[in-house]
Design a protein around this ligand. Structure first.
Ligand SMILES: Nc1ncnc2c1ncn2[C@@H]1O[C@H](COP(=O)(O)OP(=O)(O)OP(=O)(O)O)[C@@H](O)[C@H]1O
Length: 352
């Protein structure tokens, strides 16, 4: 598959440097994930031409839009790019229809045609009867759909979505996510979705790119990224305990005095990951089982779905999910000394 977007984005903002290479095929949805301050917004703004590149290039289809070393630069309004900003940025004084018509108008379409296209797009997002409403008369979910219609109405080769569902309440989020998925599936261009929410990324995107401190730390499809996290951020995102250490003879030494037995064959620098539900907690040292066992201190206990998530400190930090009856039996309190255990068969080890 050839890439529709090929962008190497190098942007300096004070002491922060973004340096990432993003490629997206036609029809593909790429999710850009990362913790606060990782550079997601900067990457999006650079693609849209709202942030100058220090170096690199933005190529979309046959066109080079940006290449500082060749003095190539395309202003925002001339880029075939549609943007849905996090807070939608609808014009408060314009109707929903005119907000959507603004997209094609900006690209030189005459007023009547632009309004006809806008009406068509509003109908596609299910808002035909809201055409005359002003943004303040729309719900969050409706405003989001107007912003999406405005971006799609220009037939962008690249669609940029910045936390498109973040401003919505949980219920609206669910419906709007399904709706958005349908529109993204129909969009023939490339889509970049910036999000904090792993669920949005897993549901909406074909592929994930995770950035931290301005650089790519992991990329791949959802299955690959979730099965083998390579940083603490990714591990937390997918809900796994993750350690790095030296592997030899069926074990990975993850801390002084703690070598975890694993069933995968690895040697040298390696990661070990396991689910919080794979961690068992005992008040006494469990005897006679081929488990990985270490002594830990309970740091805290929180509700986690139907279970409780126990934070454990010790030679390694770990999260353990246990049932409320098990917790009651152990009488867990912060500061309590316990034993933690994980079967080798519950671990997943892979090269670092
Ligand atoms: N105008 C600015 N001048 C200098 N540095 C900036 C400016 N705006 C942002 N930064 C820095 O650039 C880095 C990346 O910020 P950016 O907003 O791209 O991150 P982000 O991944 O979008 O974060 P968030 O999830 O919080 O929105 C941060 O370290 C931030 O402090």
């Amino acid at each position: 598959m050839t890439d529709l977007l090929d962008a190497r984005l190098v942007v300096d903002r004070g002491t922060f440097r973004l340096d990432v290479h993003l490629r997206i095929a036609a029809g593909e949805v790429l999710a850009l994930l990362g913790p606060n301050g990782a550079g997601k917004t900067t990457a999006m703004r650079a693609l849209a031409g709202l942030e100058p590149l220090t170096a690199g290039h933005v190529r979309l289809g046959e066109r080079e839009l940006d290449r500082p070393d060749a003095r190539v630069w395309t202003p925002t309004e001339r880029r075939p790019i549609g943007v849905v900003f996090q807070d939608y940025l609808l014009f408060p004084h314009l109707s929903a229809l005119d907000n959507v018509a603004f997209g094609p108008r900006r690209h030189g379409v005459d007023k009547r045609k632009a309004r006809a296209e806008a009406a068509d797009w509003l109908a596609r997002v299910g808002l035909a009867e809201f055409a005359k409403r002003k943004p303040r008369q729309l719900s969050g979910g409706q405003a989001q759909r107007v912003a999406l219609a405005r971006a799609l109405a220009t037939h962008p080769e690249l669609l940029l979505l910045d936390e498109p569902l973040a401003a919505l309440d949980a219920r609206t989020r669910l419906d709007t996510r399904v709706e958005l998925q349908r529109h993204l599936a129909e969009h023939p261009g490339a889509t970049l979705l910036v999000t904090h929410d792993p669920l949005d990324a897993l549901v909406l995107a074909d592929r994930l790119v995770v950035i931290e401190h301005g650089a790519v730390v992991q990329e791949g499809d959802a299955a690959a990224v979730t099965a083998r996290p390579r940083t603490d951020y990714v591990a937390r995102l997918v809900g796994l305990n993750l350690y790095r250490g030296h592997a030899a003879d069926g074990g990975v030494r993850v801390a002084d005095g703690l070598t975890l037995a694993v069933t995968d064959r690895v040697s040298g620098e390696a990661f070990v990951a396991f689910r919080p539900s794979a961690v068992a907690i005992f008040s006494e040292r469990p005897e006679g089982s081929p488990r990985n066992v270490w002594q830990a201190t309970v740091a805290g206990v929180q509700r986690h779905g139907d279970n409780l998530r126990v934070g454990l400190q010790g030679p390694i930090e770990a999260a353990a999910d246990i049932t409320p009856p098990a917790a009651a039996e152990l009488g867990l309190t912060a500061g309590q000394r316990v034993w933690a255990a994980v079967k080798a068969t519950e671990t997943n080890a892979y090269p670092a």
